[in-house]
Design a protein around this ligand. Structure first.
Ligand code: PMP
Length: 438
């Protein structure tokens, strides 16, 4: 079964001459799974259409934002209307407070927030704020969590860093990461030890409350609660990076599901409806340290961009209106897909560990001698990435586009219905057999 990607390959060659690897974000190059990346021309609902006229069922949803499906009419109409009034002002608009209200209404721990243009910026700014508020330098993160590509956080990061198998990044001075400690996810003992070794030094603990960037990994019972307790006791801030989980796992994100109140939260992806947006927010006394009220500088020419705000307002309004049943339905569709393939794999004798929550999931390809749980990055890193690559290509040939790395979560949208579940299970049965035989 071969995909016709001639036009995509021409476009790739043209891009490679001018753009490193032909891509503006490394994982798009398909290095981890092999084969040629299709060039997308348009998308609608649950489907992507490439330059050669192929159609794919989309399981990465722009890496998270497209929870309503592609080209959702309410979002497109809002962006169209906003664009007619010009694309940027560099001055305040009513839309910023309107979107801020939609966010704070859903996430009560966010008393105040500020919009930026990416998740990277949101996290970078939250870290600066945490350091200023506590007067401390050290930051604690967890192996396999990805918090954007700012220097201090490129330590044992997940996502593309894990996909490419690099420990950090060239060009980051060791001095920049000397205050960053990466610990094992789901291991509170390591956190206690770190705090005991560095009393009064830790500004913040930051984590993905549910990891998406090492593949999907769930917090063990007590892990998030323990981190909340330790940080409070030690005078450090708890930052939940909900760039992926915010408005994805529930209207109030992972913090609502697990009942954890962080000091600061970072958001991105869904709150921009597919346009470039991030946000960081939390306790008002911390946020009020930002310029112009306080001494922490942070700014952005395109922050609060009117098109991005319009898309975000349309998308979050739709999610508010749809309520809890919307998330229940998404989770049920995801269960049918994720667990359905797990069952087929068991029937065929292909060792697979399925981690899922809400509309996020990962199929980890395992060695039969390995354990059947994935609760930290070391577990995830023992996955059979070559077998995943064969499976990925076989799925793509059958019209299903999974995230092109074992270390990325797959996303399900509201546009995925019964027909899509059925098509995915049928494709996966064949693709698993291909992967097994390879
Ligand atoms: N934090 C998390 C949890 C993320 O998943 C990502 C991106 N996948 C980021 C931060 C960085 O966001 P961006 O790519 O928008 O800079």
């Amino acid at each position: 079964m071969a995909l016709h990607l001639e036009r995509s390959q021409e476009l790739q060659q043209r891009a490679e001459a001018l753009i490193p690897g032909g891509v503006d974000s490394p994982v798009r190059a398909f290095r981890a799974v092999g084969g040629h990346p299709p060039f997308v021309e348009r998308a609608e609902g649950a489907y992507l259409y490439d330059a050669d006229g192929n159609r794919y069922l989309d399981y990465f949803g722009s890496w998270g934002p497209m929870i309503l499906g592609h080209a959702a009419p309410a979002v497109i109409e809002a962006v169209r209307e906003a664009a007619l009034r010009s694309t940027s002002f560099g001055a305040s608009t009513a839309a910023e407070a309107e979107l801020a209200e939609l966010v704070t209404r859903a996430v009560p721990s966010i008393q105040k927030l500020r919009f930026v243009s990416s998740g990277t910026e949101a996290v970078m700014s939250a870290i600066r704020l945490a350091r200023a508020f506590t007067g401390r330098n050290r930051i604690v993160k967890f192996e396999g969590c990805y918090h954007g590509h700012s220097d201090a956080l490129l330590v044992k990061a997940g996502s593309g860093v894990a996909t490419l198998g690099i420990p950090g990044s060239a060009g980051v001075p060791v001095e920049t990461t000397q205050f960053t400690t990466a610990l094992r996810y789901n291991d509170l003992d390591e956190v206690e030890t770190l705090f005991a070794r560095h009393p009064g030094e830790v500004a913040c603990v930051i984590l993905e409350p549910v990891v998406g960037n090492a593949g999907t990994i769930l917090p063990e019972p007590g892990f998030l609660e323990g981190l909340r307790e330790i940080t409070r006791r030690e005078g450090a801030l708890l930052i939940l990076d909900e760039v992926m989980t915010g408005f994805r796992l529930s209207l109030g994100g992972a913090q609502q599901i697990y009942g954890i109140t962080p000091d600061l939260t970072t958001l991105g992806k869904i709150i921009g409806g597919g346009l470039p947006v991030g946000a960081f927010g939390g306790r008002a006394e911390i946020m009020d340290m930002l310029a112009p009220l306080g001494p922490v500088y942070q700014a952005g020419t395109l922050s609060g961009n009117p098109l991005a705000m319009a898309a975000g307002i349309a998308q979050l309004s739709a999610l508010h209106a749809a309520g809890a049943e919307f998330y229940d339905r998404l989770a049920e569709t995801t269960r049918q897909i994720a667990d359905g393939v797990q069952e087929i794999a068991e029937e065929l004798g292909v060792p697979l560990v399925t981690n899922r929550i809400g509309s996020m999931f990962t199929w980890f390809f395992r060695d039969s001698s390995d354990s059947d749980v994935v609760i930290d990055f070391d577990d995830a890193a023992r996955s059979l990435t070559e077998r995943f690559g064969v499976f990925h290509r076989a799925m793509l040939e059958r019209g299903v586009w999974l995230p092109p790395s074992q270390y990325e979560a797959a996303f399900v949208s509201a546009a995925h219905g019964a027909a899509e579940v059925e098509a995915t299970l049928a494709a996966a049965r064949e693709a698993l057999m291909v992967a097994q035989a390879a």
